[in-house]
Design a protein around this ligand. Structure first.
Ligand code: ZN
Length: 332
């Protein structure tokens, strides 16, 4: 992968300035809101996530004493299902935590103060979104009375490559379901059968291919996404994520085109061989120009641009709030 290829990739992305919120004045109040950006650019990120611990992909909240892994019959197998909404929720939180850490490292100020000054409030997921910050412009948000910003990141549901009979620990497997304490257990009551919780889980070593698309992507979005996934893998994706649902992620390709394949195609290709056989089969198509596709060291190079791009973002925010601040002070 040459530097020239990485440069051509970066040339097809949106400008960092698109992440700076615009100011809207209604009467005497000025609020900040993410810019609506609709360029025709996209970036597609393709990879394979492999469980590194027990994983409970559960899309519903349950209060019973038993928890079952979401499953679906697909392409001749029963498979564990990992829904896109769950991927997005965990990765959004990881992205926010990365964003806060980088803000403190770069601005030297407490992130709460920085967020309040630049975006009008501390941004908290899911109920106190600011709809102005980098995280909100990427993942979308809604604030009553202020407005909404659409998500620029698209997730897809994914499924285990392995059959449920091999990859899910259930009552049908010799070791049966696992046993834990109930989350809402009343510790004052003597323990009985009812205080235990039985659960199925996806075993370590199970593979889930994924496709994520970012619309109107900046280089900061792409490098930040790659870093946030690493954090999310450590945090965990499933129920009881304090000690469950850890993953390792193999990023196979990042392209400035739309994928001409689906997660279902990837399931079939992965059954034929490892992720090594995947790369040569991925085809992309761009709305503008020829798509540029990076893998291996090209991907590492993108990830290495994170700090530099974050500095550019902070600088762009400071320029815009510097002007806005002067106007506001003058008006008083
Ligand atoms: Zn926000």
């Amino acid at each position: 992968m040459t530097n020239a290829t990485v440069s051509r990739f970066v040339e097809q992305l949106a400008d960092i300035g698109t992440l700076v919120p615009r100011e809207i004045t209604k009467g005497k109040t000025t609020t900040k809101i993410a810019r609506p950006v609709y360029t025709r650019q996209v970036v597609t990120i393709v990879g394979v996530k492999t469980t590194a611990s027990r994983f409970l992909p559960v899309s519903h909240a349950g209060y019973s004493n038993e928890t079952y892994v979401d499953k679906v019959d697909l392409l001749g197998k029963r498979r564990a299902e990992f829904i896109g909404r769950k991927l997005k929720g965990i990765e959004r939180r990881a992205h926010m935590s990365l964003f806060r850490q980088m803000t403190e490292a770069e601005s030297g100020s407490n992130w709460r103060e920085f967020f309040a000054e630049k975006f009008g409030k501390e941004c908290t997921i899911p109920d106190g979104l600011c709809i102005a910050c980098w995280n909100c412009t990427l993942f979308g948000g809604l604030e009553a009375g202020k407005g909404a910003t659409f998500s620029r990141i698209r997730y897809f549901d994914t499924f285990s490559v392995e059959d449920a009979a091999e990859c899910i620990q259930s009552d049908e497997s010799p070791e049966q379901m696992a046993i834990g304490n109930t989350v809402g257990e009343d510790l004052a009551v003597e323990r009985g059968e009812a205080s235990f919780h039985r659960y199925e889980y996806v075993k370590a070593g199970t593979r889930f291919p994924f496709i994520t698309i970012i619309e109107s992507p900046t280089l900061l979005d792409v490098a930040g996404y790659l870093a946030a996934v690493r954090l999310a893998d450590q945090h965990g994706y499933g129920k009881y994520s304090a000690n469950h649902g850890k993953f390792t992620t193999d990023f196979v390709a990042v392209s400035t085109g739309y994928p001409l394949f689906s997660v279902l195609d990837m399931l079939v290709w992965l059954e034929d061989g490892g992720s090594g056989g995947l790369e040569g089969r991925l085809r992309f198509e761009a709305a503008v120009d020829e798509p540029v596709t990076l893998s291996g060291s090209g991907l590492d190079e993108l990830r290495d641009r994170l700090n530099e791009e974050f500095k550019a973002y902070i600088a762009a925010l400071n320029v815009s709030s510097g002007d806005g601040g002067a106007r506001k002070r003058g008006a008083r």
